[in-house]
Each structure stands twice: as C-alpha cells, then as structure tokens.
Write a protein that binds this ligand. Structure first.
Ligand code: SF4
Length: 437
C-alpha cells in the first residue's frame, strides 16, 4: 500500500548479521544424518501471531492477551520490530524455500493497523521468496477496527479475510463474552464483502441454551452474506479457562451437539459448499490453502509470541515454540533468541502426528504423501490400519487412505489406534490459524 510505512530501521545491521551468523552456525546439526529419508521438502507456509485482544473471551485457550498496557494502543511498532528480528533468526532454516501462504492469526490481528501489516509484508517479501499467487489471510474480529481498515489490508497485499463472527444473536454473543454485537458483525462482513470477496466466517454452535432451529437460523444468516468459506466450530470447554471453572448453564449434551453438527453440515453442503475438513466448508476452489498445508502435514514457520513451527530437513522434522508472553517474546526476539523450546519429532510419533492432521480431511491422503512427508514407509501404519479398517472406521485403496463417515465422527477414537505402543501421547501443538480459518 502507498500510505505511511512504520520505520523499522532501529535494529543495527551488525546485530542482524550476528543473529544470522549464529543461526547459520547451527545448521549442520539439522542437516546431519538421521533415521528419516525425506526425498523432498514439503510446501512451506508462514504463520504470524499477533497476540492481543480487547478482552479475553471466557472459553478461549489460545495465546491471546487482553491489552492492559498503560498506553491506549498496543505496542505495534515494537512488536513489528520483534517479528522482523524473529524472521531474520529463522532464515537459515528456510533458505531457498518458497513460501506459499501467510496467515496472520491471533489474538486479534485486526487490532494492528494496515500500516503495520504493510510494513510486515514488505519486510517478509524482502527476506523470503513469496509465491506470486500466495494466499495471504488476516483474522479480524468485529468491533476492533474502524471503516476502511479492510481496504488498507487489501492494499498491503492481504487477499483473504477470516472474520470471527461466532453468532448473529446479541444474547449469545453476551454469553460468550464477545466484545462485539450482531450489528457490528454484520457491518464487518459487509465491509469485507466489498473489499475482499474471498472471506471466511467463523461461527460456533452448541452454545448455552441453543436449539437446532437456532443453529440453522444462524447458519442461514451466514450463508446470506455469500462467504467463500465457513468454519463451524462446536463450543468446547477447555481446561484452565473461566468456562471450565464456571461452565455456562444449559450447554447442549453430546447427542444434541452431534445433531447440530449434522444439521449444520446438511445446510451448508446444500448451499454448494464442500465440507473438506471436519469444521471447514468451502466453495469450489476456495479451501484455505494455508490450513490445507497443515492438514497435509506441510511445513510452517511460525513467528510471533507463542507461535509454533514445524520444519523438515532431509533426515529429521523439528518443532519449535516461541516465547509465549508478548513482552518476553519481544525482548527475546530482538536479541536473536525467539525460540523457547525445540524438539525433533521422534520416528515413533510421526505416524500419529501425520494422521492427526491428514485424517481431518474428508478425502484423507494419497498413500505416497505419507512417505513424502514423514520419510517413513507405509508399513509403519500397518497395525493401526488393519484395526481401523476392520472396525469400518478407515478405508484404504491403492491410492488413498481416508476416514469413513463413521470414522470421521469418531476421529479421536480412530487416532488412538495409531498411538505409538505403550507410550502416552503428547500431541503436537496447533496454532489458532489451524483452527480458525
Ligand atoms: S476467542 Fe478470539 S477474540 Fe476471544 S480472546 Fe480468544 S483470540 Fe481473542
């Protein structure tokens, strides 16, 4: 975009070089021989975590932080500088690789100005090879931006919006602790539709006191805006959240929630959407490419507070987690040390980690993709496949493996059949971008 660009030139060039040198010096560790044999590296997405929200929703367990600083504004400039320093540190790990998508997730990315997003995208383009047709998504929440903001994002290069509507019912929105009301949700969608017709709406179901008729009415309202994509999530009560301590009254039970899921799926599919993933529905050609890459067990570099990365090398796959708290993250990132923890995904964990993603897709996965992405032979799935096929939960042809409709409904149970023997599982982390598309 042509507007004011946030200056980021405070980081001395010498410091950037030192950071790069330190990261490059570690590369032989990642490239050394190992037990995996990856013939080619998978597609690479870039996830950017923007961690602040106006208020923390009582059901939310994402790494989102209510902005309580002394200043009325979030420390946008400092955070952008930290993100750029973080990216610099990570460059040696992705040398020569093309980035096929960028996802600004949060938190509430729409709290950041178009200038900040423009600066970030310019700095990303200057440092990595970005595909000319890269999908660039930004999550937005109604009630967090003024008019014209979406236009600014589009001018900066964002070509897809994901709007966290959750409900069109003011009473439900209050019960969910959302900062916006239904009128603000409608205004945000109308503005998005004018500027970026490729937009997703997030809706939740199984809300306190909700009926199936109410769910249907909510979905019909969303469809009337003609989004290109819908993400429909069941409200779940996550540990350590205010809802876990004081659950809302009249939550639908599991049977009713399952009926709602089915009603929602029927309605959205009848409107011409493909349910390509458990919670994701898209018009033809409009599946979220960034999240598809997660589910295809592709690679992603995650920068920002608490962001996760999965990065493949010829003989190993590693996961990284950035420092979680924004203040600590900013301090660490500008010192060239944004990563709090890092671990190699063990050979024994890989089959489960792969399926945890790939079985979420309706079409499952091509059998050769398993070896391409994990470096393991298909025989490492044999025990779980035999059991799940016998139970009618998974199908296998010469080319593909996928959950059956029943297996899709019982996905957690299916996955337990692929757990490494006699070892409690610690699932790999997911970013909010993988959930909220
Ligand atoms: S649900 Fe979304 S808007 Fe609410 S606190 Fe979490 S990240 Fe922020």
């Amino acid at each position: 975009m042509s507007g004011h660009v946030i200056p980021i030139g405070d980081a001395p060039l010498e410091q950037e070089r030192t950071t790069l040198d330190a990261a490059a010096a570690r590369m032989p560790d990642y490239m050394r021989a190992g037990t995996l044999q990856l013939q080619a590296l998978p597609p690479l997405g870039l996830y950017v975590h923007l961690p602040w929200c106006l208020r923390k929703c009582p059901y939310c367990d994402f790494n989102s932080h209510e902005w309580r600083g002394e200043q009325p504004q979030i420390p946008e400039r400092r955070y952008v500088q930290a993100l750029i320093a973080d990216l610099e540190t990570a460059l040696p790990f992705i040398w020569g690789r093309r980035v096929t998508s960028i996802f600004f997730g949060g938190g509430t990315p729409s709290l950041f100005s178009p200038d900040a997003v423009d600066t970030l995208l310019a700095q990303v383009r200057a440092r990595v090879q970005l595909a000319s047709d890269a999908e660039i998504t930004l999550e937005a929440n109604p009630g967090t931006f003024e008019r014209q903001r979406f236009k600014g994002y589009a001018q900066a290069g964002v070509n897809r919006l994901s709007i966290g509507v959750q409900s069109f019912d003011d009473d439900m929105l209050r019960r969910l602790g959302r900062v916006h009301d239904a009128a603000q949700a409608r205004a945000a969608i109308e503005e998005a539709r004018d500027v970026l017709p490729n937009f997703n709406l997030d809706l939740m179901f199984a809300l306190p006191g909700q009926t199936i008729d109410h769910v249907r009415a909510e979905v019909a309202k969303a469809l009337a805006f003609q989004p290109s994509h819908l993400s429909l999530y069941q409200l779940t009560i996550e540990p350590q959240t205010p809802f876990a301590k004081r659950p809302p009254a009249r939550l639908p039970d599991a049977d009713l929630a399952a009926d709602m899921q089915q009603a929602v799926a029927d309605l959205v599919q009848a409107a011409g959407f493909d349910r390509y993933e458990v919670s994701a529905y898209a018009r033809s050609g409009r599946a979220c490419r960034h999240n598809r890459n997660y589910w295809d067990f592709g690679d992603y570099l995650g920068i920002g507070a608490g962001a996760h990365s999965k990065l493949s090398f010829p003989h190993r796959i590693i996961r990284q987690t950035r420092w979680r708290h924004p203040e600590r993250y900013m301090q660490q990132a500008v010192q060239g040390a944004p990563v709090e923890s890092e671990a190699e995904i063990g050979r024994r964990e890989l089959p489960f980690e792969f399926l945890l993603n790939a079985l979420r897709l309706r079409e499952g996965f091509a059998t050769e993709l398993y070896t391409q992405r994990t470096g393991l032979p298909l025989s490492t799935l044999r025990r779980g496949l035999e059991q799940s096929i016998r139970l009618g939960l998974v199908t296998q042809t010469a080319e593909r493996i996928a959950a059956t409709p029943r297996g899709w409904d019982l996905l957690n149970e299916v996955l337990t059949l692929f757990l490494p023997p006699e070892q409690p599982h610690k699932p790999g982390p997911s970013q909010s971008g993988a959930i909220a598309v």
